[in-house]
Design a binder for this molecule. Structure first.
Ligand SMILES: Cc1cc2nc3c(=O)[nH]c(=O)nc-3n(C[C@H](O)[C@H](O)[C@H](O)COP(=O)(O)OP(=O)(O)OC[C@H]3O[C@@H](n4cnc5c(N)ncnc54)[C@H](O)[C@@H]3O)c2cc1C
Length: 457
C-alpha cells in the first residue's frame, strides 16, 4: 500500500531529502536553482493530484522508478480532458498554431460567429483577458519559434516513448501508425501553409504536401473537391479512453493507489512544504506532491498562492460506433478545424477552441458545426445515433509550453500541467522528465525549457 495517510487522519510528514551523501544538483539548464535530488526508494512517496493522462502516466513512471504512489481524483480517472479527445499522437509542434501570427485577428473576428472554430467569450473577465494578452504576445516570431522548439522536443521524445510504454505495460489502446492528413478544399489556404511545412522541415519533422489526386487515392472516404493535404508522416492515433483505462489498471497492478471520488479542497502547509492535501474524503500526505490537475490547476494552486498561467480551452467531441467507409488515417478538416478519428471500435469528430472560462456543459451550436464539417468533407458522414457527446477543457498555458518541474516556492511541490491541445501526445515524455527529476537523474530533455520557474512559480 502507498504512503498517503488514511482519510480522516493527518500523517506526519517524513522528510524525503537524504541528508548523508546528498549532493545538490541543478538539473534544469534554465532558470531553476533549487537542488532536488529525491532518490526513489520505498522510503519515498508521491501524492499525485489528478488522474488525467498526465497524472496517470507520471504515476506509472514513478512506480517503475521505485516510488510509492497515490493518485487523488475528484471523480474517476479520465474524467477531465483525457477521455473524449481525438487521440491523435502528433509530432508536429504547431498543428493548430493558435499563437501563429494572424491568429489573434482571426480570433477577434470569431467574436461575431457563435460556431467559429476558435471562439473567445466577450464576457468581462480580467484574468482571462490578461492571459489572452500574454498568449497573443507569443505570436511574435522569436517567442513562437522558441515555444515551437520546446514543444517539438517533448513531442518527439514522447512519440518514441509511447509505443514502447504501451508494449512494455501490455496496454491495448488501439495504437495505429497511419500518419495524419491536414485536408484542404481551398487551394489558396493550402498554398498559404508553405511556411508551416518549411518550419516542420526545419524542426526535422516528417511532413509533405499531397495533391488533390493523391489525397483522393489515399482516402476514398473524402468527397471530391479536395485541393490537397499536408501529411504528417510520423503521426499515430489511439483510443484515449482505452489508454486511460490501461494506465489506471497498470498503476494499480504495480501497487499504486487511485483514490477516486476525493475532491481536493485545500492544503495544510508549513516550513515552505505541503504537509497535507485536504479532500472530501479526508487528508492525504506524502513526501512529494505532484500537481497534475489539467485546466483545474490554477483554481487549486490559488490556495498555495500560485498564479498558474493556464486557462481552459474548451473543446467538444461526438462519438459513434465504428463507421463503414471511414477514413483510414486521422484527418483534420482544415478550413473547419475539425478532427476525424476512426478506430477499429469507434468514430469521433472533435474540435473547437473556446475561451469562455470554466464554463461547463455542451453547446448545441458547436456540436452542429462538427456534423456540418463532416458532411462537407466526407462521402459518408455518420448517420447512426451518437454514442456520446462530450466537452473537455484543454489546459492552455500562456506560452503554449507545458509547465513541468519543481515549484520554486514550495519545497515538495512539482507541476505537470498546461499541456494544452497535445496532452496525450506529450504524456510519455512528461512522465519520463518528472521521474528523472524526482529521482535525481540527469533528464533526457532540457528541463529548463519546461520549468515552472519561468513564471516565477
Ligand atoms: C476536443 C479535444 C480534442 C483533443 N485532441 C487531442 C489529440 O488529438 N491529441 C492530444 O495529444 N491531445 C488532445 N487534446 C488535449 C488533451 O485532451 C489534454 O491536453 C489532456 O487530456 C490533458 O490531460 P491532463 O491530465 O493534464 O488533464 P485532465 O485530463 O483534465 O486531468 C485533470 C484531472 O484532475 C481532476 N481534478 C480536477 N480538479 C480536482 C480536484 N479539486 N480534486 C481532485 N481531482 C481534480 C479532474 O477530474 C481530471 O481527471 C484534446 C482536447 C480536447 C478538449
Amino acid at each position: 500500500m502507498c504512503c498517503a495517510s488514511h482519510p480522516d487522519t493527518h500523517a506526519t510528514l517524513r522528510d524525503s531529502l537524504p541528508s548523508a551523501g546528498y549532493t545538490a544538483r541543478h538539473h534544469a539548464k534554465g532558470t531553476h536553482r533549487r537542488p532536488y535530488n529525491v532518490r526513489m526508494s520505498g522510503e519515498n512517496d508521491v501524492l499525485i493530484l489528478g488522474a488525467g493522462v498526465i497524472g496517470l502516466a507520471c504515476a506509472l513512471q514513478l512506480l517503475r522508478a521505485g516510488a510509492r504512489v497515490t493518485v487523488i481524483e475528484q471523480t474517476v480517472p479520465g474524467a477531465g480532458a483525457s477521455h473524449g479527445n481525438c487521440g491523435t499522437i502528433t509530432a508536429p509542434a504547431m498543428r493548430h498554431r493558435l499563437t501563429a501570427p494572424g491568429a489573434v485577428l482571426r480570433a477577434l473576428r470569431s467574436l461575431l460567429h457563435a460556431d467559429a472554430p476558435l471562439r473567445i467569450s466577450p464576457m468581462p473577465d480580467l484574468a482571462r483577458w490578461r492571459w489572452l494578452f500574454g498568449f497573443a504576445q507569443q505570436a511574435r516570431p522569436a517567442a513562437f519559434w522558441r515555444a515551437a522548439q520546446a514543444r517539438a522536443a517533448l513531442l518527439q521524445r514522447a512519440r518514441d516513448l509511447l509505443p514502447q510504454m504501451l508494449e512494455r505495460e501490455g496496454i491495448d489502446a488501439g495504437w495505429s501508425e497511419q500518419g495524419l492528413l491536414l485536408v484542404f478544399r481551398d487551394a489558396r489556404a493550402l498554398a498559404a501553409e508553405q511556411d508551416y511545412v518549411e518550419m516542420l522541415q526545419r524542426l526535422q519533422i516528417g511532413a509533405r504536401v499531397l495533391s488533390g489526386a493523391e489525397v483522393g487515392a489515399r482516402e476514398p472516404a473524402l468527397r471530391p473537391g479536395v485541393a490537397g493535404a499536408i501529411e504528417h508522416t510520423g503521426d499515430a492515433m489511439l483510443r484515449p479512453e482505452r489508454l486511460i483505462a490501461g494506465l489506471a489498471a497498470r498503476v494499480q497492478a504495480l501497487g499504486g493507489v487511485i483514490e477516486s471520488g476525493a475532491r481536493i479542497e485545500g492544503f495544510d502547509t508549513g516550513d515552505a512544504r505541503i504537509a497535507a492535501v485536504r479532500t472530501t474524503r479526508g487528508s492525504f500526505s506524502a513526501t512529494q506532491v505532484l500537481l497534475a490537475l489539467g485546466a483545474w490547476s490554477p483554481l487549486l494552486a490559488r490556495h498555495l498562492g500560485l498564479r498558474i498561467p493556464v486557462q481552459p480551452g474548451k473543446g467538444y467531441s461526438m462519438t459513434w460506433d465504428a463507421q463503414p467507409d471511414a477514413p483510414r488515417a486521422p484527418l483534420v478538416l482544415k478550413e473547419r478545424s475539425v478532427c476525424v478519428t476512426a478506430w477499429e471500435d469507434g468514430f469521433r469528430l472533435g474540435s473547437t477552441m473556446e475561451f469562455s472560462g470554466w464554463s461547463e456543459g455542451l453547446n448545441p451550436v458547436r456540436l452542429a458545426a462538427l456534423r456540418r464539417a463532416a458532411s462537407e468533407y466526407l462521402r459518408h458522414p455518420p448517420q447512426a445515433p451518437v454514442r456520446e457527446q462530450w466537452w473537455g477543457w484543454r489546459p492552455m498555458s500562456r506560452d503554449e509550453v507545458p509547465l513541468i518541474g519543481p515549484s520554486t516556492r514550495w519545497r515538495n511541490l512539482w507541476l505537470a500541467t498546461g499541456h494544452g491541445m497535445l496532452g496525450v501526445s506529450m504524456a510519455a515524455a512528461t512522465a519520463e522528465l518528472i521521474a528523472q527529476l524526482l529521482d535525481g537523474r540527469a533528464p533526457t530533455l532540457d528541463a529548463g525549457l519546461y520549468a515552472p520557474a519561468r513564471f516565477g512559480l
